[in-house]
Design a protein around this ligand. Structure first.
Ligand SMILES: [Zn+2]
Length: 333
């Protein structure tokens, strides 16, 4: 997040600089890891046969016997299927996650995750912009066991929606520019899905089929009040972060996230001279968290944990973002 001072007497551009507010990423970087121990996703085609249907009496007893045999076979297969390790596919998430059904094996409406692989291409959709110079002044919110940062899959687009109910009238170009910069730095492809009435919540579900259909919920960018988002209380002007999944093969990735902006403070910022530039920088900072960057103790970077004069991603931010755009792809989630 970025902090902002409410000191109306300070020069406007300083307003975003001087606060003493702390700056933290949004919530836990990790949304409940849906499932450690689970086998790879089983393709649709390997589902067991449907249970035998009740049929009207048939005159030929041999035909009846054959149908009966098929019926028994189907039941045996189904029994083995439901009791064996494939059961984990149906009751995917681990014990802590109770008995969440696995995608692909349970009808839409009864699943707790979307069908895997939606929009996942065979190769990254883009590449990070070349770095003019690298810098080690960046930090990741989460690093995996192999030492690489937790990131979004670059092989599928990041859809996002905006709840502008409390936003300043000029919100759209600010968001567009911030998203464009984050997309260029990472090579990740963002797609705007339009407005949403969803209000940020610390317990936001990563799968909201009633609202968004059978897919991971899109990233939510929303202007909120501290009443709606308690962590926006005080000088915090924004929060950003993402939720991740983990597969049994060790694959982990972010699937969705939220950027929350404190509506009253944000309005104050953009109404000041050069305010829109600062507002864009605030959104870029939060998108940095969303994509996996943590704060750095370096005032030259946009991911510095206090508001500053920095108005765009600097060398350290860009070096980190380029790595976050090179995460692994997977069609298994
Ligand atoms: Zn921050």
């Amino acid at each position: 997040m970025l902090a902002n001072t409410a000191d109306g007497g300070a020069p406007p551009s300083v307003a975003a600089i001087t606060s003493g507010g702390s700056m933290e990423p949004y919530g836990s970087p990790k949304w409940p890891d849906p499932d450690p121990p689970r086998p790879k996703y089983l393709p649709y085609s390997t589902r067991p046969p449907d249970p035998p249907q009740v049929r009207p009496p048939i005159k030929h007893s041999s035909v009846v016997a054959i149908f009966f045999l098929f019926g028994v076979l189907a039941l045996v297969c189904a029994g083995a299927y439901f009791s064996g390790e494939l059961r984990q596919l149906i009751y995917g998430p681990s014990a802590a996650q109770s008995q969440a059904p696995r995608p692909g094996l349970v009808p839409f409406g009864q699943r707790q995750e979307p069908l895997p692989g939606l929009e996942e291409a065979d190769a990254p959709l883009g590449t990070p912009a070349p770095l003019n110079r690298t810098s080690s002044s960046y930090k990741f919110l989460a690093v995996k066991e192999d030492g690489t940062p937790l990131a979004y899959s670059p092989c599928r687009p990041i859809h996002y929606v905006v709840n502008p109910d409390l936003a300043p009238a000029s919100w759209q170009p600010l968001v567009e520019e911030a998203v464009e910069k984050a997309g260029a730095a990472t090579g990740l492809r963002f797609i705007y899905d339009g407005p949403s009435s969803e209000v940020p919540s610390p317990n936001r579900s990563g799968y909201q089929p009633e609202r968004y259909g059978d897919r991971w919920a899109p990233v939510l960018i929303a202007w909120s009040t501290p009443e709606q988002v308690p962590r926006l209380t005080g000088q915090t002007v924004g929060l950003g972060g993402s939720s991740s999944i983990g597969l049994s093969n060790g694959y982990k990735a972010y699937v969705t996230g939220t950027v929350s902006l404190d509506a009253p403070q944000f309005a104050e910022i953009v109404n000041a001279p050069n305010g829109e530039e600062i507002g864009t920088a605030v959104i870029m900072h939060e998108l940095g968290h969303l994509l996996g960057l943590d704060h750095v103790d370096d005032p030259r970077q946009l991911m510095f944990d206090q508001a500053s004069w920095v108005r765009g991603y600097a060398a350290g931010d860009l070096t980190g973002l380029a790595q976050l755009g090179r995460g692994p792809c997977s069609k298994d989630f």
